[in-house]
Design a protein around this ligand. Sequence first.
Ligand code: SF4
Length: 383
Amino acid sequence: MTPWRDLFPGVSEADWRDWRWQHRNALRSADQIGRIVDLTASERHGLAGTAGRFRFAVTPYYASLVDPGHPFCPVRMQAIPVAEEARSAPGDLRDPLGEDAHRPARAVVHRYPDRVLFLAADHCSVYCRHCTRRRITSGEEGGFDHGAWEEGLAYVRAHPEIRDVIVSGGDPLALADARLALVLEGLRAIPHVQILRVATRAPVTCPMRVTEALARLLRRFAPLFVVTHFNHPKECTADAREACERLVDHGVPVENQTVLLRRVNSSARVLTDLNQRLLTWRVRPYYLHQGDLAEGTAHLRTPLEAGIAILEEMRGHTSGLAVPHLAVDLPGGGGKVTVQPAYHQGREGGAHVFRSFRGERILYPDPPEADVSCPYERVFYGG
Ligand code: SF4
């Protein structure tokens, strides 16, 4: 890896460590990224073919992780479009999760009974080539201003069943602290909102965004979880570690969602390494997402069997804390379902037949009593 000082000569340490400098100086064109990466013909085609359709930006920090000589560098494949991205594949959907049918306010997606997505921003420090919400991050809807936030807050306020709000976008940490605080204060002031989650890729793509001030700000709104999005061990730098540990040290729990990406991280070795590293930072692996059917991402999706086979190689072979749930977010608003290898193989007499992670056939007998009602439940909850 080329040191950043060689890639960006003349840039001071103070500027490099300033997230605003990183955002201001993001590489936004083929010419700019081409100065530090030897672009392939496919990448040139992808950059030209997606221009004006999907946004392109890479922070200097994330660009410094790119292997300039290898087209299959996992950071590069997430940051630079290739020719396939400019083509639509059969089954591609503009709104793969059917969210727009469940948007009672422009900033709110309400698909599940007790939780909503709150769209705080339409921009990001790096535009991931596999983004599910690229219809929003493309900028075609326009951004989310105070008016959109207020309308969204009014909806949440009027719906007492909402107890969990995931602040997302775009990347909410692309907002300055004061603007982010406005959204979080508005949500925290709603008595029935118990849990806040902030979904962000900043620890991965611009870890300098996670300042002491930001960590203190997020802590004010506890219980608040940061849900981040590391996809490959190459992203696990000292800066990224510092960002995650700063959050955890301030009492902000951090969870990670990985997207399973073909030829980027579609390997048990890569994902075991990634999740073991994250766990040592006290970042808890949460979901491994099967790719959504977002436009221009078919070349990055894996067959479902690949994810199941990877889980099979992880489950039992490493700490359960390091094994995420493999989730498929069903197209058209079906919601998330989890998938796992078939360990339960049927019944034999009064026993269940299991296949262990080592492949042994093992029987688990049911207990003699089948009554599973909890007599104290009524006492505890009343009624
Ligand atoms: S940071 Fe999140 S919202 Fe932004 S481009 Fe990446 S996946 Fe999409």
